[in-house]
Every structure is written in structure tokens, then in C-alpha cells.
Design a protein around this ligand. Structure first.
Ligand code: APR
Length: 190
């Protein structure tokens, strides 16, 4: 595996790449953090990002809490901070749904995480973005269902967007990447 991981598959004429690797190693404009509403760090990919990116990221998150979201970042919303010491220039923090916490609305909130993160990237003139499998770890979202929501939402966004040239879906485990590839619903390659 090279430093940015193994490219397993591409979709949408190469605009989307599925990678088996470490999100914190991705050299893209922004990586997406599967945060919690406090924005003050946690385990999983959140912990890895703060550990690798350093204290600047947490300081920026604290400032966002102070100035924009004193009650915490709502599920499905997204905000952007510096990438600190990461290879990525920025981190886009989003809060995925805890499976079962929103009843039938879980997929709606998960789709919002992907859509709002892509919108924030576009609003900031970014060209490349890398996602983890939001909510499929500590938040317990089944990875098969999440794959359908993520791929459908990303495809819908890219169909009407010309600015974002690269979306990476980065899976820490090979089995998670395989589960995604088995369940994704990207349009068939032309
Ligand atoms: N690179 C890529 N993917 C990773 C990495 C990494 N370095 N570390 C973990 N992952 C994967 C997990 O294996 C999982 O598939 O990211 C996916 C999301 O898992 P979590 O990080 O547990 O995120 P989530 O399920 O959204 O739960 C969020 O966990 O870390 C806390 O503060 C966070 O409370 C929040 C909750």
C-alpha cells in the first residue's frame, strides 16, 4: 500500500475513486471528518484527524462553537477548518446520524452529511475531497445501507457540479471497501 493507500475502483469517468487507506494521509484539498456535534474530538476517524492534524484544528473547532454553533453542530450539517499538519489543506467536519436516532429519517441525515460537505467544498473553491464512511463506525450505521446513500448522494451532486474534480471514498479496512463496492449505486460506467 502506498502512502495514500490502494485505489480499488473508479466511477463517474474517474471523478470518484474508492481507496483502501488512511484518510489522514490523503493529499486532497479537504478531508471530511465524521465528527460529533461537540466538534471537540472523539475516537475513530475524528480522533485520528485531530491526532495527525494537531491542535490548530481543535482551536478552529472551538471558535466555530463559540461564534456559530454554541449548541453544537447539528446532525447533517458541515463546517470547514484548517487542516493543520495534515497533507490536506482543510478539514470539513460533519455529524452523521446515530443509527436509529432519527427513525425513518436516518438516510436523510446521512445524505445531508455528504451533500453539505460537497457544498462547503464548492463554496470554498475546492477541487478535491476525501470522505470516510460516515456513521458506519461508532454511530452504528450499517455499511451496506450507508453505501447506497453515500453513492446516490455523491452522484446526484456531481451530476450538477463542474467544480469538484476528485472525490475519494477512503476505507480503513479492506472489508469495508468491499462492502461499499458490493452495494454502491453509482451509474454504470459508459
Ligand atoms: N481513515 C479512514 N477511515 C477511518 C479511519 C482512518 N484513519 N479511522 C476510522 N475510519 C473509519 C471507520 O472504520 C469507519 O468505517 O471511519 C468510519 C467511520 O467510523 P467512526 O470514525 O467511528 O465515525 P462514526 O461512525 O461517524 O461515529 C462518529 O465517533 O469518533 C467518534 O467523535 C466521533 O462521536 C463521533 C463518532
Amino acid at each position: 500500500m502506498n502512502i495514500e493507500g490502494d485505489r480499488l475502483e473508479t466511477f463517474l469517468a474517474g471523478r470518484v475513486t474508492v481507496v483502501h487507506g488512511d484518510l489522514t494521509r490523503q493529499s486532497v484539498d479537504a478531508i471530511v471528518n465524521a465528527a460529533n456535534s461537540s466538534l471537540l474530538g472523539g475516537g475513530g476517524v475524528d480522533g485520528a484527524i485531530h491526532h495527525a492534524g494537531g491542535p490548530e484544528i481543535l482551536a478552529a473547532c472551538r471558535e466555530i462553537r463559540r461564534t456559530q454553533y454554541p449548541q453544537g453542530l447539528p446532525t447533517g450539517e458541515a463546517v470547514i477548518t484548517t487542516g493543520g499538519q495534515l497533507p490536506a489543506r482543510f478539514v470539513i467536519h460533519t455529524v452523521g446520524p446515530v443509527k436509529g436516532a432519527h427513525g425513518e429519517e436516518d438516510p436523510v441525515y446521512l445524505a445531508s452529511c455528504y451533500r453539505r460537505s460537497l457544498e462547503v467544498a464548492r463554496e470554498n473553491g475546492l477541487r478535491s475531497i476525501a470522505f470516510p464512511a460516515i456513521s458506519t463506525g461508532i454511530f452504528g450505521y450499517p455499511r451496506e445501507e450507508a453505501a447506497v446513500v453515500a453513492s446516490r448522494t455523491i452522484a446526484e451532486f456531481l451530476a450538477s457540479d463542474g467544480t469538484i474534480t476528485e472525490v475519494r471514498l477512503v476505507f480503513f479496512s479492506r472489508s469495508d471497501a468491499e462492502a461499499f463496492l458490493q452495494n454502491q449505486v453509482f451509474p454504470a460506467q459508459g
